[in-house]
Design a protein around this ligand. Structure first.
Ligand SMILES: Nc1ncnc2c1ncn2[C@@H]1O[C@H](COP(=O)(O)OP(=O)(O)O)[C@@H](O)[C@H]1O
Ligand SMILES: [Mg+2]
Length: 235
């Protein structure tokens, strides 16, 4: 183990479980990043860290293997035709989920939606492009900003829902906590639960996303015709 790796180990022992430590050390050894800098967010299922590679930043999402929600995860994994059999152990499910988020990011990118660039999914660790300023501070969530042009914002977010759907994907957890703002430009994040439109739950998720967009529109006093938008996608 190099000195750098030993230092890394010392700092993060006790924060990450053994398996996660090994995965992160391996990723660092392969030079995906040089250091993990600080947590940007700690959540129920995953924590997100900023990492550095030379002068560049990246985001590292670490899924908890001991997540409380792995039963729910299972429901989202089964029936997605893009994936084969998923192991039923906790670790197996969380790793499949992480792969799924990676796959969803690349599918969303192909659909022309702004999402962080997917770099690598290894076990329960997802590496992606860092959404933040050049000085290394992360962009704010939509939740905590006041958009200058709400009508335009709603239009863009709605276009994300439509592009995803036409590309065979539905986000399923679209809300102001899962949209980051690069100035006035929205970027969709947290796309692990997104699923294929062929899934039996897909329509329900589409309705949920559209309803969230309509709530957002109402808050900004932007006209929004939920029924019309839904009909335009589901004929
Ligand atoms: N690529 C990224 N770059 C910078 N910050 C990010 C990135 N992805 C997520 N974050 C930050 O981490 C938070 C949690 O990420 P998210 O994917 O929504 O995970 P969770 O499952 O915990 O909701 C986000 O609200 C955002 O502040
Ligand atoms: Mg989130």
């Amino acid at each position: 183990m190099s000195l750098r790796e030993r230092e890394f180990f010392k700092i993060y022992q006790g924060i990450f479980d053994g398996g996660t430590m090994r995965t992160l050390t391996e990723l660092a050894r392969k030079r995906f990043f040089d250091s993990i800098d600080f947590p940007i967010s700690t959540g129920k299922e995953a924590d997100v860290y900023r990492a550095s590679k030379g002068p560049e930043f990246l985001a590292v999402k670490v899924y908890r293997v001991e997540t409380s929600n792995f039963k729910a995860m299972q429901n989202y994994l089964i029936g997605d035709k893009r994936f084969g059999r998923v192991k039923s152990s906790k670790r197996g499910i969380v790793e499949a989920w992480c792969q799924k988020e990676f796959r969803n990011l690349s599918d969303a990118m192909d659909a022309g939606v702004n999402v962080p660039y997917p770099i690598k999914a290894e076990k329960n660790v997802l590496l992606m492009g860092f959404l933040g300023e050049r000085d290394g501070s992360p962009f704010p969530m939509l939740k905590s900003v006041r958009p200058k042009n709400p009508a335009k914002l709603i239009k863009t977010v709605l276009s994300f829902v439509k592009k995803l759907w036409k590309h065979g994907l539905v986000h399923g957890d679209l809300n102001e906590f899962n949209i980051m703002m690069d100035g006035e430009k929205p970027i969709l994040i947290d796309i692990g639960q997104a699923m294929s439109t062929s899934h039996p739950m897909a329509l329900e998720l589409l309705e949920r996303d559209l309803l969230n967009v309509s709530k957002l529109a109402r808050r900004y006093n932007v006209p929004f015709d939920y029924e019309k938008e839904l009909r335009s996608l589901v004929k």
